[in-house]
Ligand binder design. Structure first.
Ligand SMILES: [Zn+2]
Length: 642
């Protein structure tokens, strides 16, 4: 999903009316004997001073982490041979050795890391019985600030039009309640979950769209929500539902008085839903969101970032690929590191491409701030929309909407121009493509880039490690072509288990076979990298792991039964683990330092309560807890025990 960034003039306060705790200041607490960062209620202006999450447990400069007993090695190193070791040794920020306790003790003494055996054994942590260690997870497709924003007022679980959630949010936050100009943001509404009776007068069907959407009238009919700027983003990020106030503010900014908004035909890659009078009535799809967007203050973004990081570390994630550094996000991260802050997580940025801005591939610097953990060397192109909202661009019309093929957000002619250009200027090109036709067009442009790169610079396309983000619906021919070209498929297993319930209705019985066909891609030689697309899906990598290996929902069901939806497309556990560790490292040019627990690499690891690699019932994966997360050898969540 590729939302326009939401924003606010000041952050709403914490609320108690919903499942998510309040937010803003982050403090360390001990809960169930696990140390973790939690957010405390809102305290405006009280931000974590230096984003230093590395205080949670004091570990020695040199230490070893070992399996519970020496007969059963439980440290999955994810090296080339997928070796499982008894112990690893950490010195400073790196793994420096691995092997049996006897081996590493001897070598640590002979290498002068410690003076003697007693001193070494003092520095050995053991994991609990049944626990394992794996390299900490990388999420290859996130929207980090949007995730933090989502956590403030999540709407995902609403089973009817969620105006009451917005209302209780306002009522439970006195300073929001008292200030009618305060922007209110929510994320995750999913009209497909709402009961029939929600389809009341708040909904309207516009002349050009067969789909029913909510309108701003839903907010205006309640005195608590009426007259306020309210911005609610849909679950997939492609639709924004606003109050009337947001529309009026935009009319004032753009001079759209008298409701003279641009026609939908003039909005490339976007749409505005309109009432009978032709004026917007509350829904803005894709690029149309830019018309109503206002910038977010730095402090609000910092808060959103901290929320995202705290959740990531608690879930064993120490690196993220942000799939869309919009100008505001870019500015936030660059300012954060330029002020000397060290990010408490590794961030690999995809610099967003905007068709209306001049080409910047030859003028923008790529960077890798190793100390501050921010790296940017890729460009993100949002080529089409999403399947759920009907924006994925298809060769044949949607089976359940024969009038629609979806749409491109960037025309093919532009892709053929800029993709080769970015590649020749040294950028990794990460193209969002969901529909089969969008994927085909992107592969065409990569082919053109391949020729030009080779002819003009003698460089192979593979060296640029191009990626397709999502790569959801592909023709049989393109499932072959993606592998031949060496394009990385950046895929999200939980999207598959979400969309499996309606995929066939949208695409029909034949075309659906090319939807989330992970195994077919890999058979063609394509590399994969796994992610969640937070906040579209949940943040837990274990849920992604489970979805990849079962292709069922959490209760073990799928449209094709308990063996999974198109079970032949499942990933093995090893493929899933690699897809969240070493594969994302490769997909971000970081495999020499990240992604596996080998001597010389960063000591980024996670201790899991159960052996997800061997536990018989895959549902145990969902019950697995993160016991500790380490980044650069420091414990940033949970605890290691002696
Ligand atoms: Zn996305």
């Amino acid at each position: 999903m590729e939302p326009e960034p939401p924003s606010s003039d000041s952050m709403p306060e914490a609320h108690t009316a919903h499942k998510t705790p309040g937010t803003t200041s982050i403090e360390m607490v001990e809960k169930d004997s696990t140390l973790s960062w939690v957010y405390k209620g809102c305290t405006e202006g009280k931000l974590h001073p230096d984003l230093d999450f590395n205080l949670i447990q004091d570990v020695p400069e040199v230490y070893a982490l070992c399996s519970h007993n020496n007969a059963q090695p439980k440290i999955y190193t994810v090296d080339e041979h997928n070796s499982v070791k008894e112990c690893i040794v950490v010195a400073g920020t790196n793994v420096v050795d691995s092997g049996s306790l006897i081996q590493i003790t001897g070598r640590s003494i002979s290498h002068g890391l410690v003076l003697n055996k007693e001193q070494f054994l003092d520095k050995v942590y053991h994991i609990p019985e049944d626990a394992i260690v794996v390299p900490s997870f990388t999420d290859s497709h996130v929207h980090s600030l949007e995730y933090g924003f989502h956590r403030l007022l999540p709407l995902d679980d609403a089973e009817s039009i969620p105006v009451s959630l917005v209302k209780s949010y306002i009522l439970s936050n006195p300073s929001v309640h008292a200030n009618k100009t305060k922007w209110i943001y929510g994320w995750g509404f999913d009209k497909t979950r709402w009961h029939e009776d929600s389809a009341n007068s708040s909904f309207s069907s516009t002349s050009t769209d067969s789909e029913i959407w909510p309108t701003y009238h839903a907010f205006e009919s309640d005195p608590v929500t009426a007259g306020r700027p309210i911005w609610l983003t849909s679950k997939d990020g492609h639709a924004v539902w606003t109050s009337k106030k947001v529309i009026e503010l935009a009319e004032g900014r753009w001079g759209f008085e008298d409701g003279k908004w641009p026609d939908n035909e003039d909005l490339e890659g976007g749409r505005i839903m309109r009432g009978k009078d032709g004026r917007p009535d509350g829904i803005f799809l894709d690029n149309a969101q830019s018309l109503i967007h206002v910038p977010t203050p730095f402090e609000d973004n910092l808060m959103r970032f901290e929320i995202a990081v705290a959740d990531a570390l608690a879930n064993g994630i120490t690196a993220m690929h942000d799939a869309g550094f919009l100008p505001e996000t870019l500015e936030f991260y660059e300012r954060t590191v330029s002020e000397g802050r060290v990010l408490p997580i590794r961030m690999y940025a995809m610099h967003n491409f905007n068709a209306s801005a001049p080409y910047w591939g030859n003028t923008t610097e790529k960077y890798d701030h190793k100390v501050n953990r921010l790296k940017m060397s890729s460009v993100k192109l949002v080529c089409d929309g999403a399947m759920r909202s009907g924006g994925a661009y298809l060769y044949e019309p949607y089976t359940d909407d024969p009038s629609s093929f979806g749409f491109m957000r960037l025309p093919a002619s532009l892709l053929n121009d800029i993709i080769p250009k970015f590649l020749k200027d040294g950028w990794q090109v990460n193209a969002h493509a969901i529909g089969d036709r969008a994927n085909g067009l992107v592969l065409d442009a990569f082919e053109k880039g391949e020729r030009e790169l080779w002819e003009e610079q003698g460089i192979e396309l593979k060296e640029r490690r191009p990626r397709i983000e999502h790569a959801q619906i592909m023709t049989t021919g393109d499932l072959e072509r993606i592998g031949k070209l060496g394009v990385i498929a950046s895929i999200q297993p939980t999207h598959a288990t979400d969309d499996m319930w309606y995929g066939e209705a949208r695409l029909g019985p034949e075309r659906v076979k090319g939807l989330y066909a992970f195994r077919s891609m890999m058979n063609s030689g394509a590399r994969i990298t796994l992610g969640s697309d937070i906040p579209v899906e949940g943040i837990s990598p274990l849920e992604g792991f489970y979805a990849a290996i079962t292709r069922t929902d959490k209760s073990g069901n799928s449209p094709h039964g308990s063996d999974g939806w198109f079970p032949e497309q499942k990933l093995t556990r090893l493929e899933a683990l690699r897809g969240m560790t070493i594969d994302p490292a490769y997909a971000s040019f970081s495999e020499s330092t990240l992604g596996s627990l080998e001597p010389g690499k960063k000591a980024d690891f996670v201790v899991l309560s159960k052996d997800i690699m061997s536990v018989e019932d895959p549902k145990e994966v969902l019950k697995t807890k993160v016991l500790a997360t380490a980044l650069d050898g420091k414990v940033v969540f949970g605890q290691l025990v002696n």
